[in-house]
Every structure is written in C-alpha cells, then in structure tokens.
Design a binder for this molecule. Structure first.
Ligand code: ZN
Length: 519
C-alpha cells in the first residue's frame, strides 16, 4: 500500500473501488482517524480525503511538501524511508474555500436545463444521505439550499449552509456537480450575503409585492391599483400594454391564450409590483456576479391566490421585456401544497393547469417549473414526470429534518418525547408563516405513545406538520442557563449514528426521485 500511495503522489489517477477501500483502510491505520473511502482524491498536489475523529470530521491532505493555503496541524510521516507531510485540517470556512479551489468538483455550479431536485437541509448533516439517493436516479441535485427565513430560524449563515453541503459532497465523493440555491430572497441585502458565500442559484421571492385582492376588486379599485404601480420601474405604459395584449391571440403549444381588458388589468395589478421588484433584484445580482455564471428562479408560491395560466404568461413575457433571464419559475399552483404532506386538491384540475403552465414555460423559455413545498407530494410526481420532462425543479426543505427526527425516535426515545411535547406547545405560534392545517388534538402527547410506536408518528399527517413548522423553536430553544435545550443533543445523536440517518434519508428520497426515472 505504501507503494500505491507513492505512485499515486507521483502519477495521480482515478481510483478503482478496490484500491479506494484498501487505501482508506491503510490511511485509517496510519493516521488513527476513520477515513471516508469515497472522499479519497489523488491529485498532482497530494491526496485529499475526509476523516472522522470521534464526532469531529477533518480534512486530511497527504503530500510531499505540504499545501500552504490550508490551516491546521502538520505532521511528518515516514513511509519506507521517505518523508510525507500529513495535514489534519478543521472544517473551517477558509479550508472549505481552499478545497473548492483545489478540487473543482466540490464547488457548486449552475445545472442548466435538466430536471433537478433541491435538497434543503436545516441541520447541515443530511447531504451524504441525499447524495446516496441522487446517485441512483436522474434528477440533478441542488445540495445547498436554504431560505434566509430558515437560516435566521436555525441560526445558520449562508456560508455555513453552503460549506456544510460541500463537506457532505466531499465525504460521499459526488463528482458530477451540484447547485447551491439561495432560496426565497426578498431583498438585495439577502442576495449579497449569499453571493459572498458562493451561491450559484438565486430564488427571488417578490411575494410582498403581489396583490392578492384583485379577483374580487370592482373596476374602479382595479384601475386605482394599476395607476399606483411603479410605472418607471416597469419601463412601459398602460397604453403600450393594452396594445401588446388586447385583441391578440398567443399560440402556446397546442393552446391559444387571449386577454380581455379585465384579464390584463388583473394580471397587471396582481403581479406588476412583483415584476418590477424581480427585475430590480435580478439586475443587482447580475451586477454583483459579473462574469461568474449563475441561475435565477422567480417564485410566487407563497401567495394566497393561484397563478392562472394567463397571469403566468403575462409575468414571463414582461420579465423578458425587462431583460430578466431565469432558469425556473414557481407559480402558485392550484390546490393546497402544505408542508410535509401530500397534495390536497383536485388532481384533474391540477393536471389541466399544469399542462398549460408547461406549454407556457416551453414557449417563452424554455425554463423549468419549480414545485415548492415539493416534498411528500407523491400524487403530483407522475403528473410532472409525464408533462414537464426536463422542465421541472422539485424543491424540498423541511422533509430532511423530519427524517432526522425519525432517526431520533428510533435511537433516543426520551429525547424525541421531549421534542414532541415542546413542538406541541409551540405549534399554534410557529404555524403562522406556513401553509399547514394540522390539528393539535390529533397529535398524541409523548406520554401516551410507547417507545416502539414513536417512529410511526412521522407517518401521521398532523404530527408531521407540527414537527415540521416548529424546527426553528426546537433548534434555538435554551434551558434556564442559556444553553441549547435540544440542538446539541439532537446533533450528537445524528453524528454518532450517521449511517442510520443516511439510510432513512436515502429511502425517503428514493420515493421522491424514482417517479422521474422513466424516459
Ligand atoms: Zn417556496
């Protein structure tokens, strides 16, 4: 093995599976840390790998001269009379940045127009489980993804979100590229923090500028709403828009769209402010990114009233006129897309709308349709697979936290009981900013459930939602001494039993990804 290592340092080559396992065993003995075989990467500068020392993970580098841009401990190793430098580096932001420079595959990048899946991770431990599922299926992965709202609630920075996903990518040796989605950005300042951290995908959420009260507005109110729009930012006039839309027939795939005066004014009043805001933030991001490639999504999923096909068409056409370039768009779909549970609504109606939305995305783009709150929507996946093809992005976030709680229910029932009762207390407060309909009286008290029935609570609609929306309170709760009440214990259980967590995640994401495997 010493000779294999020496040759690798002189002439790096991709490792066969069998060499990888043998080399990992050899290094594990040599440095007395558990080396992750999939992470091993021989390069002309040295051999890189991730290793585990108790609960702590470290970046390891074996080289002839040492690499100066990594911080950490340096040791000299003597192997068959030759001296090598072994660097054992903490997983700091500086080391993460240096690794992205040395191993390009560890850096996020735009994914292009391929069907894709976003795997949000509120704890920063889930990526290896996500990788194991993604490997077996076709959707291209976004492993780093969190909204500013969820970062605030979990006390994480954009840099942590990106770096923790990156270390997971490195651990599992995922070399085929991944995206990093700064989700639900509401302001230019939000965007700046994520650009600084290295994100490559920006989701602009202009929902604060969407007017949800146009459907029932009388003509005078509607006209007043239209008159109050930021016309300067829209760079057009009502007269020009009337000329562009009224009396026209727009061919959209097999469908034809036309606009009555009322349809136009409603689309304009509802989304005019959101279009202007999106264009402003897009130009800001484009300016800051300079010639670094990036992707953009526009999302209005978190609004009250569904986006009609005509409104979708109008928004896309007007964004185009303002020079915005985007890879995906998240309309507010019909029916109820609640957190952590399957679709609630009429599937035939959903399918009819979806076909029109896809036709619009194909005609005016092509760009992808993004399904937010996309986890657990098993009834919808066959419809997207059938109609959208590559023009689809599935966005999931909280579902991986629920799998973490399932692991805790299996591994540490007392801790799970504490979290469950705490979540029950928090639910009525924490549900405010989420679309959920769980009833507290249907969620059992922890003391009423025997240990071996705890994991199955994660299958129950109401319990799922109650646990889903209370993550921020659970992760930031403190005891009387100001110490974290659950967070450290939760992370410890998952870190000490990481294979259990990965196994649950892999199985859960298999169910999400398999419907998209067929041609
Ligand atoms: Zn969303």
């Amino acid at each position: 093995m010493v000779t294999v290592l020496q040759t690798l340092l002189q002439r790096p080559r991709p490792l066969a599976e069998i060499d990888r396992a043998a080399l990992a065993r050899f290094l594990t003995d040599l440095i007395r840390q558990q080396v992750y075989p999939a992470s091993l990467e021989p390069t002309s500068e040295g051999v890189f790998f991730l290793a585990r020392d108790g609960r702590e993970k470290r970046l390891g580098i074996l080289s002839e001269a040492g690499l100066h841009d990594f911080e950490g401990a340096r040791h000299q190793l003597s192997l068959d009379g030759r001296t090598l430098i072994f660097q054992s580096c903490p997983l700091t932001a500086a080391n993460a940045r240096a690794l992205r420079q040395h191993l390009a595959w560890t850096a996020p990048r735009p994914l292009g127009l391929r069907a894709s899946v976003g795997c949000g991770d509120r704890l920063g431990l889930a990526t290896p489980g996500h990788v194991r599922a993604v490997r077996k299926h076709k959707l291209a992965p976004v492993f780093a993804q969190q909204s500013i709202r969820e970062m605030t609630r979990t006390g994480r920075t954009p840099q942590q979100v990106l770096d923790e996903a990156m270390w997971g990518v490195f651990q599992e040796g995922w070399r085929q590229g991944y995206g990093a989605d700064a989700d639900h950005l509401k302001t230019e300042e939000d965007a700046d923090r994520c650009i600084e951290a290295g994100f490559t995908f920006f989701t602009i959420d202009p929902s604060a500028y969407v007017d949800n009260e146009v459907d029932t507005a009388d003509a005078a109110t509607l006209e007043a709403k239209v008159a109050a729009l930021p016309w300067d930012a829209l760079e057009t006039t009502l007269a020009d828009l009337r000329r562009a839309y009224l009396g026209q027939h727009f061919q959209v795939g097999p469908y034809e769209l036309s606009f009555e005066e009322r349809t136009l004014l409603q689309a304009l009043a509802k989304y005019g402010g959101a279009i202007a805001h999106t264009a402003r933030v897009y130009r800001h991001i484009a300016g800051r990114m300079g010639n670094r490639p990036f992707e953009l999504e526009m999302s209005v999923d978190e609004t009250e009233v569904p986006t009609s096909p005509a409104e979708h068409f109008f928004v896309a056409r007007e964004l185009q006129r303002l020079g915005v370039r985007w890879i995906s768009l998240a309309p507010r779909f019909v029916g109820r897309l609640e957190k952590g549970v399957d679709y609630i609504g009429d599937l035939e109606e959903f399918e009819a709308h979806l076909k029109l939305h896809v036709a619009i995305a194909r005609t005016l783009g092509p760009y992808k349709l993004s399904l937010h709150s996309g986890s657990d929507k098993f009834a919808l996946y066959p419809l997207f697979a059938r109609h959208a093809g590559e023009l689809f992005h599935l966005k999931t976030a909280g579902t991986s936290y629920l799998e973490a709680l399932r692991a805790v229910a299996e591994l540490d029932p007392p801790l799970f009981r504490e979290i469950l009762d705490f979540a029950r207390d928090r639910y009525e407060t924490d549900r405010a900013t989420y679309h959920v309909s769980a009833l507290l009286e249907r969620v059992p008290k922890a003391s009423d459930v025997p240990d071996d029935a705890l994991p199955a609570l994660l299958e129950q609609f109401d319990t799922r939602q109650v646990l889903h929306v209370t993550f921020g309170s659970v992760l930031t709760a403190t005891d009387a001494d100001g110490r974290p009440r659950f967070r450290d214990r939760l992370l410890a259980v998952l870190q000490e039993n990481e294979e259990t967590y990965y196994r649950l995640l892999e199985a859960h994401f298999d169910r999400h990804l398999a419907p998209f495997d067929a041609e």
